[in-house]
Write a protein that binds this ligand. Sequence first.
Ligand code: ADP
Ligand code: MG
Length: 880
Amino acid sequence: MADNRLRPIGSRRELAAVLRRPLEFASRNGYANAALVDGLGAFLSGVLARASGIAEVRALADELADGLSDWGAAPVPRRVEIVRRWTTLLESASEGAGAAPGHQSSPSPPPRVAKPAPAEWAKHARVQAKELSATARATPKKRKPKPAAAAAAAARRTRGPLDTPVIELKGVGPKIADRLAVRGLRAVRDLLWFLPRRYSVRPPPAQIADLQAGDEAAVVGRVRAHQGGWARRGRRPTFRMDIEDASGVVGVRFFGLSGGFLTRRFPLGERVLVAGKVEEYRDRLEFSHPEASPLAEGESAADAEGRITPVYLDVDGVAPGSLRRLIAAALDGFADAVPDGVPTSMAEARGLPSAATALELVHRPAGDADAADLVALRTHSWRRLIFEELFIFQMGIALRRRASRAVGDDDPDGAAGAPVLGRSDDGEVLGRYLRALPFELTAAQSRVLAEIRGDLSQASPMNRLLQGDVGSGKTAVAMAAAAVAVGAGAQVAVMAPTELLAAQHLRTFRQQLGEGAGAAVAELVGGMRKRARSDELRRLLAGTTDVVVGTHALLQDDVAFRQLGLVIVDEQHRFGVRQRLALRQKGQRPHVLVMTATPIPRSLSLTLYGDLDVSVIDERPPGRGPVVTEVVPEARRDHAYQRVCEELDAGRQAYMVYPVVGDGPDDAAKAEAAGRDELRAATTMVEELRAGPLRGHTVGLIHGRMSPSEKEAVMADFSAGRIGALVATTVIEVGIDVPSATVMVVEHAERFGLAQLHQLRGRIGRGGQGVASLCLLIASDAPGRNAEERLRTLERTDDGFAIAEADLLQRGPGEFLGVRQSGLPRFEVADLLRDGDVLRDAREAAFELVDADPSLRRHPKVREAVEERWAGNVELVEVG
Ligand code: ADP
Ligand code: MG
């Protein structure tokens, strides 16, 4: 029985059908029913998961998911908001799915890269659209049309030759059109931008007798026999022919093509060129579904067309050859209409062809093209497409940045500027804070603080990323910034990704900024008593609290400030972009400082944080002991325990880190994924250590499944030295600061990313006074050469950036950041690792263009491309 909850929703039409009734019901009687439907949240969550194949849903997944998980507890206005948001999706889906794909001219299919301008709930997109049109003043101001109507209008506006439905191409009937639609290929535009995944370069012809199973080979021979080609019940027809050259005979098998067609195309005795993969089938060699073409007498294989053939993603039911012919037809008829998103002079200066030429050469490489360059996507044509994609992306960032800085006259929304902090203040709070600090700021800290103070004293809001390796002292700088804000009468919100880290920040802020400088520091985290929470909310609103330190709990709707002037986000890569945005919206354009200890290679940071100014603390506080890192093979585990005992005996402390908590369903899954029955887990190992290797020492346990207060208590014991060795999961990864911890053992180190291990070992070596610390990475048996090599990087270097680069290269950007958390945009052609140089070039070009022509009035085509690219996605540019 098909389970409805699990079946994917593949088309917009299906999506509309699934959503219509529940949403109509919920919105009936002025949404009165929204209060009644308790299961709607779970239902919509299910739909969201099932429809993740639909680009529009994917693009807005976070907004759509917002609030679903606590639907049951959500007050009615919140439910209404959610129903409205989904209804807009429903409207847009019904509209796009009005006609069956492929039949007649379906209403403007969404272009491949851009999503149709969404409405109401894609608030940020609207803001962006507004900014663009308001700055451009090219379009006369109209009354804001209704959301759905606006989307339709946008769709109409962008309708051009490239929106011609594929069915209008020669050779495309309703059946083929449907099959193409499954891959999202609805309009000519989609075909043109359906780019080759790779190229196959036909090898020179071999002798049939020399073929071996597994070869990619080409042969020239004559057709000797035909067989089959009729569909049997329920099976695809198989057609077989034998071809022969002077050296031998080989089989050629085609699937799903009619025998009649094939016997006509390859009559007995015909000379043919066959190229493809050779396989063994019932003790004989065969080409399986190869490229094959008749070869005229006297024509050599080298003369035959298609020496370099583009290879596309498979489209079910459309043969690769037919797909290539369709793309060729699209190129022949429509290449001229392909717009240039890059100004001509800019392309020419780089020796890049027009977009039309680039597409032509990418799909139909010239016969003399350098195959190696093509395969590596290194031709000018590919470079052009990559440049354009990155350029348009960076244009969005450049515009966003300009808008976020604009004040007064310059400001499209006419919004007031950010609070000017610290200009007239005598720096009293800051002075007190600095005097109370038990240390002097390092030169790097002072420099960064000066940069921040410069920003704070401007009316255009600060948008600054503070990067600094673990232990470089970012918190001290953040507190100094907070002191400036408080001194100027503004409030500060500090958001940390975990309760543990929030608790630690709270302690530090209370001690150094509260007791030291007289600021009122409070906390706001999940799971607070109702009473305590509402008291705190009142103080925030009244402005009695100067600095509030917390977690996601700060984002809740009812948290409001009297005068939020500065937002500080710690370990910022752990938050979704929208969460940062939400916090920022609680103030009137507050200044924003985001901090990260994950050194992010430049190619990624330009993409993720492209509109932020960056400050780097590139110096560690003095007197830190060195951290020595050693990869320890499983066989030498005792050595690790012995070292831990030595440190404990000397009155210092240890972390023992494990990849999983243990005793839970997650862990079973993880262990299974790891392909081993037994993964050392924190909860089991704590017993083992107490009973064995660490007997006689106090061993504590901390992990993510403990309640916040339990975790707090354990950390307090560890900080105070009441616990000697702390068995932990990666909950301790960020921010934890216990100076007398001098040794760390990481089990199953091969399972962690390098950047993560680097972050982990940042927990030790904080003691000062030159005490050396030791990080022991236990690599489980036979981790593979690669894994061990990877770990050795950590033995060799302590430079976070070098480690991040290595990690990025080994794991790719998605893994590196965790795609979901990172908000890293998806690029169709560009690859951030490969195309770092193009990215930098495109970025400079974009920023220059925005400086020269902020409204893009003189570059309407660029403007159009930017609007298309960014519609519905602008929140990805907005960081802060
Ligand atoms: P980060 O957040 O950058 O990893 P922290 O701000 O937690 O680093 O600082 C790590 C430790 O270094 C803390 O114990 C802090 O008190 C200390 N510290 C910070 N700045 C200095 C300094 N200039 N001199 C000495 N110790 C410092
Ligand atoms: Mg920190």
